[in-house]
Ligand binder design. Structure first.
Ligand code: HEM
Ligand code: NAG
Ligand code: NAG
Ligand code: NAG
Ligand code: NAG
Length: 324
């Protein structure tokens, strides 16, 4: 082939390549296959090292991914530190976010093997998946190729409220392109983890005009919560799925069905036909036909694709806490 033809071919291929990249900014399961083949193994090893001895970190890491993706997309904006405490991680819903050290350690291990290649946004997405696996949850293939954002603003850290009703929650999820099914499935993440009493107390001490608890709550559960959460104590923690807080299972749906959902937003899942039917279906026949693990995997992949930066957008951070 003449040099001219080869050049023409190169130009054509690169034009096609660019237009494909522009019109389909898709993530790719094999994104690091040639650039950093061990990427996922490296992240898994680090995640296991942290989560196996400290199971409660799994919940923290899963929640971290959710919070990152819901604000400015899955671009690791949550991980950026601000000297003036004005970044997402400084916002109230993030005060109880834990586990930054796991992501930092995984990123450091990657930088040693393949510097400047794997984004913090991808690291967080893989870490969340692996953390769920460690505590007996499902595994899913994580599409990769996200790039890291350069902006993180406290004022933008608007997350669904634990006091939200079902209409609000549905709107919050569908506004992001997630479905009502994703809402109930992903709420199932509350099968693991803890909450601080500060978010629980208004519901058990101060919900009605005459200082009664939320009537949607099981009275015996209110009693149990009151033993642990004293009215002026906002920092003590309670398990969201009592009895199996470190186990990824369908017990959260059991709790919600028994009106023992911890937050208004958990109980609210009983107030919609589609979400309540999902819960009933998962629990039928003792849960032996439950599709929760498979559904969760699918919804996590969707969550992980929210407003991602690809192509030439964003950057690959050297350190997850700061822009390059
Ligand atoms: C549907 C709307 C949601 C609301 C209103 C909500 C609200 C909350 C709140 C208030 C807490 C306790 C935080 C604290 O004590 O400061 C919490 C914890 C948690 N959330 Fe959600 N959440 C929602 C959806 C999700 C989703 C989609 C996921 C993940 C897929 C998730 C995963 C978690 C986990 C794992 C914890 C426990 C964290 C830990 O133990 O450190 N949540 N959530
Ligand atoms: C992960 O850890 C195992 C066991 O220590 C080791 O054999 C393997 O090489 C590690 N994988 C990577 C990709 O570092
Ligand atoms: C959820 O929806 C309510 C009602 O429209 C809105 O006020 C709130 O900002 C939304 N929150 C998120 C995280 O989108
Ligand atoms: C209930 O709410 C009112 C008004 O917001 C507040 O003054 C009061 O201290 C609260 N009581 C409890 C027990 O939290
Ligand atoms: C884990 C983390 O970075 N938490 C921060 C959340 O925001 C508060 C208030 O700015 C900080 O003090 C915490 O360090």
């Amino acid at each position: 082939m003449a040099i001219k033809n080869i050049l023409a071919l190169v130009v054509l291929v690169s034009i096609l390549g660019v237009s494909v990249a522009i019109s389909f900014p898709n993530l790719d399961l094999n994104y690091y296959k040639s650039k950093c083949p061990d990427a996922e193994g490296i992240v898994r090893n680090v995640t296991e090292k942290f989560v196996v001895p400290q199971k409660s970190l799994a919940a923290a890491l899963l929640r971290m991914h959710f919070h990152d993706c819901f604000v400015r997309g899955c671009d690791a904006s949550l991980l950026l530190k601000s000297p003036t405490k004005n970044a997402e991680r400084d916002a109230i819903p993030n005060l109880s976010v834990r586990g930054y050290e796991v992501v930092d350690a995984a990123k450091a291990a990657l930088e040693e093997k393949c510097p400047g290649v794997v984004s913090c946004a991808d690291v967080l997405s893989i870490v969340a998946r692996d953390a769920v696996l460690v505590i007996g949850g499902p595994w899913w293939a994580v599409p990769l190729g996200r790039r890291d954002g350069r902006i993180s603003r406290k004022s933008e850290a608007n997350l669904p409220s634990p006091f939200a009703d079902i209409a609000t929650l549905k709107k919050n999820f569908t506004d992001k392109g997630l479905s009502v099914k994703d809402l109930v499935v992903l709420s199932g993440a509350h099968t693991i983890g803890i909450s601080t009493c500060g978010l629980v107390n208004p519901r058990i001490y101060n919900f009605t005009a005459n200082n009664g608890p939320d009537p949607a709550m099981n009275p015996s559960y209110v009693g149990e919560l009151k033993k642990r959460c004293k009215p002026t104590d906002s920092s003590t923690t309670v398990d969201m799925d009592p009895g199996s807080v470190d186990k990824f299972d369908i017990d959260y749906f059991k709790a919600v069905a028994q009106r023992k959902g911890l937050f208004v937003s958990d109980s609210a899942l009983l107030n919609d036909r589609q979400t309540s039917r999902y819960i009933t279906t998962q629990l039928a026949f003792g849960g032996i036909f439950s599709t929760f693990n498979k559904d969760f995997a699918e919804s996590m992949v969707k969550l992980g694709k929210l407003e991602v930066l690809t192509g030439n957008n964003g950057e690959i951070r050297a350190k997850c806490g700061s822009v390059n």
